[in-house]
Design a protein around this ligand. Structure first.
Ligand code: ZN
Length: 109
């Protein structure tokens, strides 16, 4: 089975975001993550892969299914809050595509 472009993009976006956050807050060097952020990233990747909506999933901020555990959810929220506005500057195309994904109507159920 082939990975859908959107899922691929979701993976890419989340790893960029966690990267930005980790470099700024935990002072890791470019291309590496601290233990905790690496764990969070693995977790996020798994959640994306197991998303019941598959490639039709809405972007996670809009998703009606709260598949993150509360503490992980809080962590990822911190990451989004920090990296959200910044990723636009670092990766404008990726962000635009992610934004467009978010505009599409979420699946009916
Ligand atoms: Zn970190």
């Amino acid at each position: 089975m082939q990975t859908h472009k959107r899922i691929e993009r979701e993976h890419k976006t989340i790893s960029k975001m966690i990267g930005l956050y980790c470099h700024a807050h935990h002072h890791t060097s470019q291309g590496s993550l601290c233990e905790n952020c690496q764990f969070l990233l693995d977790y996020a990747h798994k959640r994306i892969d197991r998303c019941p909506f598959g490639w039709q999933k809405p972007t996670c901020t809009k998703c009606p299914v709260h598949c993150y555990k509360p503490d992980r959810r809080e962590e990822i929220r911190q990451v989004m809050r920090y990296a959200g506005p910044r990723i636009i500057l670092h990766h404008p195309i990726l962000t635009l595509l992610h934004f467009l994904d978010g505009l599409k109507a979420p699946p009916a159920k």
